[in-house]
Design a protein around this ligand. Structure first.
Ligand code: 4AD
Ligand code: MG
Length: 498
């Protein structure tokens, strides 16, 4: 059975294909009947080589990260001499320009890596420049480092590595949609503007109307009439929806005014969050998280592994190393689970042998990145769920365990990166939740009253988690800095210029 796109390709294959994207050329290559020519091929010049008798243009349009080779003979076949007009025309072509090909022959090159190329026989009429580039176009063919590319946000996505990364992110997002659909989850559009600090860490960005701030007559009034912030997590809103739909999820931009200037922190990042009702224990959540990650890694293998470039920039993982990470996640036996208390015991033993550089591991304190990395990388050599943290180290909404010291929560730690997912059962008892909120001295102005009220209206045991999208992309694509996992990064002390 042919897919719809292949059927279209085959139909087109009976004649010349017009308005041709490079991705459809690539698909066409797998079909049985090939057209002899194509028309209206557009893209950007990756490189140009003008040789003695022939010129080559590598053309890319971003629909696939493979470029197509365009061949232009420089010899006039009738006179058997170089056509000087054609040569002059070709000299105008430069890396970075957008160009259009009106008509080209599709030539098969079965002995080469790329099984076809485009031959333009009449370059003067059929090959033209749509948009020129400046003299010092920043992406000449030579290698550019990622820090350099980061400083050029308007052009950087045209490089194979970063362009492919964006396509990988898009495909990964699609894989997650497939997974949640199969699991009967409803996708929710959670608000970005909120009155609540879900994590209670005070890392909020305040939102106000510029007109209100600028207008003296508004007398310090607020557009919404009360303090409003950019969300740090959609969880609280998802809980409302979960109590109506049983299983829901969202992918939302989240904003945190964290000072951490690291390779894993952004001020604006996207979080995948899921919330499920009628949970029995924390294993309901960890089993689901493992299944979600394994499903999406399998999708990477089956459907978009070609997006991992063969050549990685300095500091990034090679294709082989990326696949090792994927295999680690797919292999059931590489996964572990321990409690926080057990983790602290292991960390203390390790600390007595080789002290951790910055932080002494102590029960009652948060695990630091150096502890997380040691656990996943050195101790367990794979993904590890750490469960049941002391309640003081976690947020107010987590369900208290029977020991009344720890909460029913987990962090998923991965080698080389540390925490990637955080989740918990939610405290469903009105009294216990009230108690936790009261003890922390939060909800002074009643912002969380609605959240408490929810416990009085058909409350059920429920729980959920949040996965940092840029962190999982970083892990699965092999780029070392989270700033490259998002098209336009925002981080503390990095001025926002676009
Ligand atoms: O552990 P966190 O803070 O959990 C929550 O916000 C919960 N309310 C989620 C839930 O249960 N619905 O954040 C979840 C994940 C982290 O594990 C991390 O992967 C990512 O979000 N994350 C960040 N990613 C990039 N930059 C930051 N500043 C991040 N902070 C958290
Ligand atoms: Mg966390």
């Amino acid at each position: 059975m042919l897919s719809r796109s292949s059927t279209i390709c085959l139909k087109r294959a009976l004649s010349t294909i017009s308005k041709c994207h490079i991705s459809s050329l690539k698909r066409l290559n797998n079909s049985l009947v090939l057209p002899s020519s194509v028309t209206d091929v557009n893209g950007w010049v990756k490189s140009v080589r003008v040789l003695k008798n022939i010129a080559f243009i590598d053309l890319s349009d971003g629909t696939t990260m493979n470029s197509v080779k365009v061949v232009i003979p420089l010899k006039n076949t009738e006179t058997d001499t170089i056509d000087s007009e054609v040569l002059e025309h070709l000299k105008k072509f430069k890396t970075g320009q957008s160009i259009t090909i009106k008509h080209a022959d599709l030539e098969l090159t079965p002995h080469r890596e790329q099984k076809y190329e485009l031959k333009v026989n009449k370059p003067i009429s059929d090959l033209s420049i749509l948009g020129d580039v400046s003299e010092n176009y920043a992406l000449q063919k030579k290698y550019q480092s990622l820090p350099y590319l980061r400083s050029n946000p308007i052009l950087k996505h045209r490089t194979t590595y970063l362009g492919s990364l964006m396509k990988f992110r898009s495909q990964f997002d699609f894989a997650l949609n497939k997974f949640f659909n199969l699991e009967d989850y409803t996708k929710i559009a959670a608000p970005v503007l909120t009155a609540n600090d879900c994590e209670g860490a005070g890392e909020l960005f305040k939102v106000e109307s510029k007109n209100y701030l600028d207008d003296e007559n508004k007398n310090g009034m607020s557009y919404f009439g009360s303090s409003t912030y950019l969300t740090v997590s959609a969880q609280l809103h998802l809980e409302i929806l979960a109590l109506a739909l049983s299983k829901c999820w969202s992918v939302t931009p989240c904003f945190r005014a964290e000072e951490s200037d690291t390779n894993r922190h952004l001020s604006e990042f996207w979080m995948l969050e899921a919330e499920m009702c009628f949970t029995k224990n924390i294993t309901d959540l960890t089993t689901f998280v493992k299944a979600m990650l394994q499903y999406s890694v399998k999708e990477c293998y089956d459907n978009f592994n070609e997006l991992i470039p063969n050549n990685a920039p300095e500091g990034c993982l090679s294709k082989e190393k990326v696949k090792e990470r994927w295999d680690l996640l797919l292999n059931d036996s590489s996964w572990s689970s321990i409690t926080y208390t057990e983790a602290i015991k292991l960390l203390k033993i390790q600390h007595s042998k080789i002290p951790f550089p910055k932080y002494v591991p102590r029960w009652g304190e948060a695990l630091q990145t150096e502890h997380e990395k040691w656990l996943a990388e050195t101790c367990f050599k794979g993904p590890v769920f750490v469960t049941d943290y002391p309640s003081e180290t976690k947020s107010f909404y987590m369900k208290l365990n029977k020991d009344e010291k720890t909460v029913a929560c987990f962090d998923l730690l991965l080698p080389e990166i540390g925490e990637i997912v955080g989740g918990s059962l939610r405290e469903e008892s009105f009294e216990k939740l009230s108690d936790a909120i009261h003890k922390r001295g939060i909800n002074k102005n009643g912002d969380l009253d609605w959240y408490l009220e929810l416990r009085k209206e058909g409350t059920v045991p429920h729980g959920g988690f949040g996965l940092g999208l840029e962190r999982i992309i970083l892990y699965l694509y092999g780029n070392y800095n989270i700033r490259d996992s998002i098209p336009f990064y925002r981080a503390a002390k990095s001025k926002i210029s676009l």
